[in-house]
Design a protein around this ligand. Structure first.
Ligand SMILES: Nc1ncnc2c1ncn2[C@@H]1O[C@H](COP(=O)(O)OP(=O)(O)OP(=O)(O)O)[C@@H](O)[C@H]1O
Ligand SMILES: [Mg+2]
Length: 251
């Protein structure tokens, strides 16, 4: 098992009221790998993402990261290691704070960097990594475009030096014209930092262009998991075929 490999074994989630959102899910995301998670609305994608990132603490089954078992109550280090990027940067960023304030606050909370100057340096590095101009440190999210805001949200996820990202519909709220830039950014982060990713999306074309392997989830169960080529060119499960057939704009 390598440093940033994620293993999910036999994970089930039942919500109060009896809704079984995940059934015995097995999933592995290798070091530096990007695995797509696709399935219709309500199939359990976000629930699985929330289990992986530690937001859904009530589950049965086993989680391992970097060879270590992760318990529902995570250590500080485990919490930092796996970070999430959400669909809606409007909701996940305080619009009144400048980018510098957002990032600086997070670093202070997590004890990252030694003093203001060092943190300023780190913030500039983060902006470079997400391809935003350094002058944006003094901007507020409220004055930025959707794409720029999502880059800030990604910089925020990167600020605590994670080894794994869960992206939940991270491009769904964006114009098609800016989606491609954000997709390239996820690919860059893998290439530059070896960042492993679980990439949740409704958009099969995006999944096809970005992911190494794809897991198909149906009613809380992974029905098929294979290389991206195999899923798109030779789907094995009926449900996968239906999902592909329902996406007529696939290239
Ligand atoms: N906190 C909760 N309490 C009860 N049921 C929930 C809760 N969160 C999710 N569910 C239910 O669990 C199932 C899976 O939801 P989930 O949000 O994981 O689906 P999803 O695949 O992410 O859907 P979408 O594509 O619409 O985002 C759904 O039936 C949902 O209604
Ligand atoms: Mg969801």
């Amino acid at each position: 098992m390598t440093r940033n490999e994620l293993v999910v074994e036999g994970v089930s989630v039942t919500f109060p009221g009896g809704m079984q959102a995940l059934r015995n899910v097995d999933l592995r995301v290798g070091a530096g790998e990007i695995v797509g998670l696709v399935g219709e609305s309500g199939s359990g994608k976000s629930t699985l993402g929330r289990v992986v990132v530690g937001l859904q603490q009530s589950y049965s089954g086993l989680l391992q990261f970097g060879g270590e078992t992760i318990h529902p109550r995570r250590t500080r280090q485990q919490r930092c290691a796996i970070q999430m990027v959400f669909q809606d940067p409007y909701a996940s960023l305080d619009p009144r704070m400048t980018v510098w304030q957002l990032l600086h606050e997070l670093m202070s909370v997590h004890g990252i960097g030694s003093g203001r100057e060092d943190r300023r340096q780190r913030c500039e590095d983060l902006l470079r990594r997400v391809h935003l101009p350094l002058t944006m440190l003094d901007n507020r999210p409220a004055t930025m475009s959707g794409g720029q805001r999502q880059r800030v949200a990604i910089a925020r996820a990167l600020a605590i030096d994670p080894q794994f990202l869960v992206a939940d519909e991270a491009t769904a709220a964006l114009d098609v014209s800016v989606q491609a830039g954000i997709i390239n950014l996820f690919a860059d982060l893998r290439a530059m930092m070896g960042l492993s990713q679980l990439f949740i999306s409704h958009n099969l074309a995006v999944v096809r262009s970005l992911c190494d392997r794809v897991a198909v989830i149906y009613r809380g169960e992974i029905v098929e998991m294979a290389s991206t080529e195999a899923i798109f060119d030779a789907p094995q499960h009926d449900y996968t075929r239906q999902l592909l057939a329902a996406a007529p704009d696939l290239p």
